[in-house]
Design a protein around this ligand. Structure first.
Ligand code: BES
Ligand code: MN
Ligand code: MN
Length: 456
């Protein structure tokens, strides 16, 4: 621990400068225009892996954005850790809500403010620096492989195929991921569950053109009115999802598991204050943490139709659209949910309208066991660096590729994330506290040592 702390202390300024350079490249995977930035970022990571001591690091082409693969294999008899992370980031709009430009990282109140500061550049870079530390201090306890992708924020469309084609190369004992959160700086936790996702877009068409809302209003079905009703009907008064069959595969959690979960510290008043809301809304019969952790949900992510410019225009729109996501729990199948959703939407579309539904992306949920070597190693590592034992927590977020890793590669993942809910990922003013960045770098080498011990 002393060696680790010393190394971090001596090099912390450089670590931060390097992370800033990584963050400055606007690698937004959703926007084609950033093609050159995606490549630049991939090269940057490849080079930092080489500088940190990798024997091999290369930018590998896929059908989409490239993947960086790197490795340092030191001893056949030692276990192999495969580090996964993503170098792509979410779009930055609305720009005017940022207090500083998203790709000009700034330090304020001990936090790095920038897009990607946490999700996931800050978190993946901790792994590169921890790897450097272990190499330079001669403490590397496992073989290491890196797989850093550029498509996580768009649903990882190429990575499953990449895994299928590189099964041998990616062979490892565990996949180590820092792309999740912990409860608080003084309440460390390990994520043991991720939700799955079904994400679809609905297009409802009424008349063949926009109409004068005076001449036709009241006589022709308005797709904006009708789509709003359809969306509203997808949940009932208890906030239960009404799609037939939706809950069929949801695993009910036992009362004892629920009461274990309820032990994780959580303050509803603080939660509401942080969001400036006076009440929470969710499925009847479940707590806030249960609503995100063990129950599925359905949300409109975007909804549009008609005239949204300045002032008023009297128009009865021809079309209305909604982007709808459903967060799923383990055992719910996202393809099956897509089908149930599409069938149901078609059924409830009112007479005189046409409806089209596109599936945008999706993936399965994931649960990590807590009685296996990687979990024990992560617990010991965090326990030592934070001075407090971590609590297992189920997250509401999704990293759909994690279940594919298990399916295709047969390797389990451990979600040792260091983000906080207050990091505002995907939002304006995304940030990452320096405390978490440096603590992460300290904790990762401990994970490697304890994992090597556990596997022996
Ligand atoms: N890192 C997040 C997921 C996350 C964050 C999980 C915090 C748990 C805690 C990831 O980058 C993400 O945003 N995933 C998307 C998946 C989607 C784009 C397919 C999500 O959850 O919306
Ligand atoms: Mn992420
Ligand atoms: Mn994300």
């Amino acid at each position: 621990m002393e060696t680790i702390k010393n190394y971090v202390e001596i090099h912390k300024k450089r670590f931060l400068e390097e992370l800033f350079d990584l963050i400055r490249i606007p690698s937004i995977s959703a926007i084609e225009e950033h093609k050159d930035d995606m490549r630049k970022t991939a090269d940057f990571i490849k080079n930092s892996l080489i500088e940190a001591g990798a024997d091999l690091a290369e930018v590998k082409e896929t059908t989409g954005w490239p993947v960086i693969y790197g490795q340092k294999l030191i001893d056949d008899s030692l276990p192999t850790v495969l580090v996964y992370g993503h170098y792509d980031v979410q779009p930055v709009e609305p720009l005017d809500l940022w207090d500083s430009p998203p790709f000009e990282p700034e330090l304020r109140d001990g936090k790095i403010f920038a897009r990607g500061a946490d999700d996931d550049k800050g978190q993946l870079f901790m792994h590169v620096k921890a790897f450097e530390l272990m190499n330079r201090t001669g403490t590397l306890a496992c073989n290491v492989k890196f797989m850093i992708e550029g498509e996580e924020e768009i649903g990882s469309p190429s990575l499953k195929e990449f895994c299928k084609q590189n099964k041998e190369l990616l062979k490892a004992d565990i996949i180590l991921i820092s792309d999740t959160t912990m409860i608080a700086q003084d309440t460390p936790s390990i994520t043991v569950g991720l939700r799955g996702l079904s994400y679809l877009e609905v297009e409802l068409t009424g008349p063949n053109r926009d109409l004068h809302s005076g001449l036709y209003g009241g006589a022709v079905g308005n797709p904006a009115n009708l789509l709003s009703k359809m969306v509203a009907s997808l949940t009932d008064k208890n906030n239960h999802i009404t799609i037939p069959g939706f809950y069929d595969d949801v695993l009910e959690i036992s009362d004892s598991e629920r009461s274990d979960m309820a032990k994780a510290p959580f303050n509803l008043e603080d939660y509401k204050t942080a969001l400036d809301i006076e009440a929470v809304v969710g499925e009847k019969g479940f707590s806030t943490n249960e609503r995100t952790g063990i129950r599925p949900s359905l949300d409109v992510n975007g909804i549009w139709s008609g005239y949204i410019g300045e002032g008023a225009k009297t128009v009865l729109p021809s079309k209305a659209y909604a982007k709808i996501s459903m967060r799923l729990v383990p055992n719910q199948d996202s393809k099956k949910i897509d089908t149930l959703f599409i069938d149901h939407i078609k059924k409830i579309a009112p007479e005189g309208t046409k409806v089209e539904v596109k599936s945008l992306h999706g993936g399965q949920g994931y649960v990590t066991p807590i009685d296996f070597p990687a979990y024990r190693a992560a617990t010991k590592a965090i326990g030592e660096s934070f001075g407090k034992q971590p609590i297992p927590v189920r997250s509401g977020g999704s990293i759909p590729i994690v279940s594919d890793f298990e399916e295709v590669l047969g390797i389990k993942s451990i979600l040792m994330g260091f983000g906080l809910d207050s990091d505002a990922i995907h939002s304006p003013n995304e940030n990452y506290p320096l405390f978490n960045f440096y603590k992460g770098i300290e904790t990762i080498p401990l994970f490697y040592s304890y994992f090597a011990e556990e596997i022996k």
